[in-house]
Design a protein around this ligand. Structure first.
Ligand code: PEP
Ligand code: MG
Length: 872
């Protein structure tokens, strides 16, 4: 089996479709070469080979190095250079590249092939002694660090020592003599830490580097990155071995990264940064602050013009925004890599709409282009333009959105303090892949060096986390845990605000405003709405939430949890009175006090929903949730209720349950206390009639929770129908008042007997929170104690309370649908668990044929888009 795929002017084995085998980068290099871009020739070792490496217990598979040598020979012919030669040596880079993009996660070795012998060759071929020495010392350093595990600082210390000795202020000030000393010193460091000489056989360098890349696939930070980004099912990484070209050969050389469009705003303008006389990693690492690509023509117009042509060619070919790396070696332009550019949510939406206008893609593709969860960033608040701003520094607007938090100075600190419930901003000179955890935990990220394509910027944009990069005025003192900027000092206790949209860093907490949902967002959603078949409702139990959800496009309320209404103000008193009541009469007296509140609640919600359906769920939680549990609160309550504290204490004790979530809750409450159901149904009916009088259409649906048997529903439905009839009669109501009655399917037995239950239901709504809890037997309130272990050990692919477990819980949902519809062909089916707003769960709901999903207001647009993506 073929382990190596070549790309270059003489032949190209692979193509862009072979991502799984060649990795994203390898497949792209093949494709780029194919469409005629100036790509330095090279070859890709397959991801399968990486898997084989692990299969045979961490050894390079037999025959691999023979294939590598054959391909090296072809590279030598294509470039006219020779590996290890003392005249014009071929140098190569070795890079990882998996099927999914993992920026900065894997190791890279550059300048491979330099030895004492080929160093002379490089010097004589380029006529640049210092450059050649610099390339050599970089190789010894990187090879030592990445391949042999030598501490990077051991090399840095030598560099500092020699710079000092030669009075060199910066790296570039060190002359030839110093560089020669440095190479010798690095070799000694290498020898000291590895016990071996730095390899003088270039093929030994190549073989060891290949192995190091394979090993880097399973480092903790790579594993962690895959976890955070939910990357699963990959074989391993491919390895790309490619001819080196140099951006650091002098002032006619340079390197840069660019996006075919602005990845932050989506604006259609070539966007990027470059550094003169530098290697590629200098840009990404954010060590020097690069120049915007717009300034490139003044330096090298020909290469700039060529880049602009390539930009158009790339977008025509890939039909998406490309993120490319280029190098200019003595005025000759090379493209080193291109990939679909990561972008912010707002940019994704704008680019999708623009590309439809430009006829690059159709509406369907546009709808598929935007990851539904990224809409979050458009729905998030931004800083109130009217709020007073105390700008302490300005950096680059690396990733939009507003973030407020106290300062954390290391990734570990950010992660720890977030765990303790604090909101923090991670403040670093620059970030590196080791900081991933802390970056993820922080509200936002602030760096003092680095550009728009630095590690911090790229990672933050990928997550949609606000980031201001390269705020150079800020001096960070990590040890003393403070920053100073223009004479002001801020410590870990101070709060700052970041405006990722402008790059401003502000003192204190700044007010934020709600986003406006218009323009491209509205266009995209309009397309999505035309494509989807699933309806999208919301879970809301206040008029404000209902209104917001309508603004976000909700087509009804799928779950109005009535219990939330009883916690407020004086209601809780009446509620407690009802609960501790010992006779039906006393209970009814308390319920009479609750009735007007409840009726007003419903009038408010029905009015906000203007004729859209509103599913009202009857009281669900265990009653003791409403009771005060500490002695002082119990005393107060006893006093207001006019009973003895001991009596109240006893009643609270009576209501105590070992497993309240499996206890006296849901429809079981109405079985014991039918008068609670009666009050709630009365409130619904009276509210609907009151709305009708005001010419407001009301479409209530009564939902009975936690049903496990058909008999329960039969009983309670009867009771609800009786109540509706008697309230109507009492009010002498004439005309229509359609109130449908349905149930939640949230107990496994309900799903299993859905055919019987459907006899008594006008609709089902899957309560997948409880259904997940009861199917897995995981307490939804306590799952956090072990979920982390389960995810880390890959016993679960995802948190099943966030993303529906299609394999298990999904079967019950599918069965519930099928059995329910066997009994009633047009039984209305929905879902109102948290999963209703999770894109992959929405896709599942579409597949099993639900009529609607219901989710929290902020997730409504996400669900609309996900539903469209599921339908096309
Ligand atoms: C559910 O169980 O999925 C549900 C929506 O109800 P609750 O979360 O209120 O238990
Ligand atoms: Mg429930």
């Amino acid at each position: 089996d073929k382990k190596v795929y070549y790309f270059g002017p003489s032949k190209t084995d692979g193509d862009g479709s072979m991502k799984q085998l060649l990795g994203g980068k390898g497949a792209n290099l093949a494709e780029m070469t194919d469409i005629g871009l100036p790509v330095p020739p090279g070859f890709t070792v397959t991801t399968e080979t990486c898997a084989d490496y692990y299969k045979v217990g961490g050894k390079l598979p037999a025959g691999l190095m023979d294939e590598v040598r054959e391909n090296m020979k072809r590279m030598e012919r294509d470039t006219g250079k020779k590996f290890g030669s003392d005249s014009d040596p071929l140098l190569v880079s070795v890079r990882s590249g998996a099927a999914a993009s993992m920026p900065g996660m894997m190791d890279t070795v550059l300048n491979l092939g330099l030895t004492d012998k080929s160093l002379d060759g490089l010097q004589s071929a380029t006529g640049k002694t210092r450059f050649a020495l610099d390339a050599y010392r970089r190789l010894i350093n990187m090879f030592g660090d990445v391949v042999m595990g030598v501490d990077h600082h051991a090399f840095e210390d030598e560099f500092d020592r020699i710079k000092k000795k030669h009075n060199a202020a910066t790296d570039n000030d060190l002359g030839v003599e110093g560089m020669e000393e440095l190479v010798d010193a690095y070799k000694k460091v290498y020898k000291k830490h590895t016990g071996e000489q730095f390899p003088q056989d270039p093929y030994v360098q190549l073989e060891k580097s290949l192995e190091a890349v394979f090993k880097s696939w399973n480092t903790p930070r790579a594993i962690r990155y895959r976890q955070i980004n939910e990357i699963t099912g990959l074989q391993g990484t491919a390895v790309n071995i490619q001819t080196m070209v140099f951006g650091n050969m002098g002032d006619d050389s340079g390197t840069g990264v660019a996006f075919t469009r602005d990845p932050s705003t989506g604006k259609n303008e070539f966007y990027g940064e470059f550094l003169i006389n530098a290697q590629g990693e200098d840009v990404v690492a954010g060590i020097r602050t690069p120049k915007p690509v717009k300034e490139m023509p003044r330096w090298d117009r020909r290469s700039y013009d060529q880049l602009i042509k390539i930009k158009t060619k790339l977008e025509k070919h890939y039909k998406d925004v490309q993120d490319l790396e280029f190098t200019i070696e003595r005025k000759k332009l090379y493209i080193l890599q291109t990939r679909n550019g990561k972008r912010t949510g707002p940019a994704a939406v704008k680019i999708a709409c623009d590309m439809v206008k430009e006829r690059l893609i159709d509406q369907k593709t546009a709808v598929l282009r935007v990851p539904p969860n990224d809409l979050n960033q458009l729905l998030l608040p931004s800083l109130d333009p009217k709020a007073k701003r105390d700008v302490i520094a300005e950096g680059l607007p690396a990733s939009p959105g507003a973030a407020v938090g106290k300062l954390a100075f290391t990734a570990a600190e950010a992660a720890d303090r977030t765990q303790d419930g604090e909101k923090v901003l991670l403040v670093r000179r620059e970030t590196s892949p080791e900081d991933i955890d802390g970056m993820h935990a922080a509200q936002g990220i602030l760096t003092s060096t680095g550009g728009m394509t630095s590690h911090a910027a790229v990672v933050a944009r990928g997550w949609g986390k606000p980031c201001v990069a390269g705020a150079g005025a800020i001096h960070i003192d990590e040890k003393k845990r403070k920053i100073t900027v223009n004479g002001r000092t801020f410590t870990a206790k101070d709060t700052l605000t970041l405006d990722g949209g402008t790059g401003q860093v502000l003192a204190g907490e700044i007010a934020t405003i709600e986003p406006k949902l218009s323009g491209d967002f509205a266009t995209l959603m309009k397309w999505a709405d035309r494509m989807r078949t699933l309806k999208v409702r919301t879970n809301a139990d206040t008029p404000e939430d209902s209104q917001r959800a309508r603004d976000f496009g909700a087509e009804g309320i799928g779950l109005c949890r009535t219990e939330h209404m009883f916690f407020e103000g004086s209601r809780i008193k009446a509620m407690r009175e009802m609960i501790v009541a010992e006779t039906e009469a006393a209970r009814r007296k308390a319920l009479d006090k609750l009735l007007p509140y409840q009726r007003e609640d419903f009038i408010g919600i029905f009015t906000a929903m203007k004729g859209l359906p509103v599913t009202v769920r009857l009281l669900d939680p265990p009653l003791h949730e409403f009771l005060p549990h500490d002695a002082k609160a119990q005393q107060d309550l006893a006093k207001t209720l006019g009973i003895k504290p001991a009596k109240l204490k006893q009643r609270v004790a009576e209501l105590h349950e070992m497993n309240p979530m499996l206890g006296h809750r849901g429809c079981r409450l109405a079985v014991t206390y039918p008068e609670i159901l009666e009050m709630q149904v009365r409130a619904i009916v009276e509210a609907a009639m009151a709305c009708q009088k005001k010419k407001v259409q009301a479409k209530p649906e009564i939902m009975i929770p936690l049903v496990g048997t058909a008999e329960e529903l039969d009983l309670l439905r009867g009771l609800a129908e009786q109540t509706i009839a008697s309230v109507k009669k009492e009010h002498k109501h004439k005309g229509r008042l359609d109130i449908s009655i349905g149930t939640m399917i949230e107990i496994p037995r309900a799903a299993l007997t859905a055919d019987d239950i459907a006899e008594h239901a006008d609709f089902f709504s899957f309560g997948t929170n409880d259904l997940t809890q009861l199917t897995f037997g995981y307490s939804r309130d306590d799952v956090g104690t072990f979920l982390g272990d389960y995810l880390a050990k890959e016993l679960l692919p995802k948190d099943p309370f966030q993303s529906l477990d299609a394999t298990g819980v999904g079967q019950l949902v599918a069965m519930g649908c099928e059995k329910g519809r066997k009994t009633k062909k047009d039984l209305k089916l929905g879902i109102c668990g948290e999963h209703g707003g999770d894109p992959s769960s929405v896709e599942f709901c579409h597949k099993v044929g639900l009529d609607y999903v219901s989710c929290s207001p902020f997730r409504v647009p996400i669900a609309r888009l996900a539903a469209a993506q599921a339908a096309v």
